[in-house]
Design a protein around this ligand. Structure first.
Ligand SMILES: [Zn+2]
Length: 394
């Protein structure tokens, strides 16, 4: 079975015929395994095109970009747990190609974007680590932050750690004191459009547009709220992209507002999200509806995705627009791949035994729904007031 999955991925990667933008070729494979740990992911050799791989890390982000020359760039790698592949499976995915990784981005200091990085034995090929926010923003009193901070300090000591615009807010004028020509190819650009714009961790996310001819991919970490409105107002059409990795895993209350989505006008969109944690599920149905209302998505074969607002996740069957996610049903996880020849592959795994949902308890599900902080604060305030009144009565 596992050999079959390897063969399928290799075959899909070889279907590299050129297609027009409105004619994205979709390939889908579904295999069944008992547990997530049994999934064997293999990075195919370069097809000679720019390739984007979204690994099924559940509620988190781990995107690998393969250059035509085989160089690799990692854009975030972390998970909130739950039904997901592990750092060891990602290491196995890279295999001996781990020595081709030339740069690693961390969009912002949230654990579901970095907590796999320090568990993978990167080689000296990694000479550029570029972070959203400042090094000190990763110096926080928790074990996972301690791990990433020490990992970053080592790169800093080697002169290989870089912030965007010195950690200062930038929109359209961002600078990094090192070349971003990771593919050694003048036709492929990694353009940092914005970073460190707001005050929260999410709003400091690096917003990056990767361009290969007419193929463009927008990655914006967990960008949301007023920072996203300011960026959209300033950059407008510069945000326009063929492929959009939904910000904040497809959240909707303060991320992926219509103001943010409109200038992006994606032809295809995907969410790196996970199996539902209780009543919390990304992507939000509201985000999916906003994307559909833009009328910019291209057609896709009928497929099923799950979304959630509040309450149990909703299944949306028979979807024929190009919105995919790394966990399209409650027991399926998918490995997504886009190439600059407008080829889309989705290798999915039905997992019969779901992993336990653990969650991280930071700004992600399940501990706190988006916009849940004030509600929880109100609850705590009410509890404190009641306790105080009881103390007075006694
Ligand atoms: Zn996140």
């Amino acid at each position: 079975m596992f050999q079959d999955s390897v063969v399928a991925l290799l075959m899909l990667a070889l279907v590299g015929t050129y297609a027009q933008l409105d004619d994205i070729i979709s390939n889908q494979t579904v295999l069944t395994v008992n547990r997530t740990e049994e999934i064997t992911l293999v990075l195919p050799p370069s097809s000679g095109n720019l390739e984007i791989y979204a690994l099924p890390v559940g509620q988190g982000d781990c995107t690998i970009i393969q250059c035509p020359n085989g160089n690799l760039v990692v854009n975030d790698c972390g998970s909130s747990g739950g039904n997901r592949v592990t750092p060891q499976q990602i290491q196995a995915f890279l295999g001996n190609r781990i020595g081709d990784v030339v740069a690693i981005f961390i969009t912002h200091p949230d654990r579901d974007h970095f907590n796999y990085l320090y568990s993978i034995p990167w080689t000296t090929s990694v000479q550029k680590v570029i972070i959203g926010a400042t090094l000190q923003d990763y110096n926080r009193p928790s074990s996972q932050f301690a791990m990433i901070y020490n990992w970053l300090v080592n790169f800093n000591n080697a002169g290989e750690l870089f912030t965007v615009s010195g950690g200062a807010s930038c929109i359209g004028t961002c600078t990094v004191p090192v070349g971003l020509d990771f593919c050694n190819n003048l036709n492929i650009n990694f353009n940092i459009l914005a970073a460190n714009v707001g005050t929260t961790s999410n709003q400091k996310s690096i917003v990056m547009k990767i361009t290969s001819g007419t193929f463009t991919v927008l990655s914006s970490g967990d960008m949301e709220g007023t920072a996203s409105t300011t960026i959209a107002g300033t950059l407008q059409g510069q945000l326009s992209s063929v492929v959009y990795k939904m910000s904040h895993h497809g959240a909707s209350r303060i991320a992926n507002s219509p103001t943010w989505l409109m200038p992006i006008a994606p032809r295809v969109a995907f969410a790196s999200s996970g199996y539902n944690f209780g009543n919390c599920r990304h992507p939000r149905c509201d985000t999916i509806n906003r994307l559909r209302n833009l009328n910019t998505l291209v057609a896709a074969p009928p497929h099923t995705i799950y979304c959630g607002n509040s309450g149990p996740p909703t299944q949306l069957p028979g979807f024929t627009q190009h919105i995919y996610e790394t966990s399209p049903t409650s027991n399926m996880i998918c490995f997504l791949n886009y190439t600059s020849t407008f080829l889309f592959n989705q290798a999915c795994y039905n997992v019969t035994v779901l992993e336990p949902s653990v969650g991280l308890g930071d700004d992600e599900c399940p501990v706190q729904l988006e916009g849940g902080a004030p509600v929880m604060a109100a609850h705590y305030t009410a509890i404190i007031v009641v306790a105080f009144l009881l103390a007075l009565i006694n």
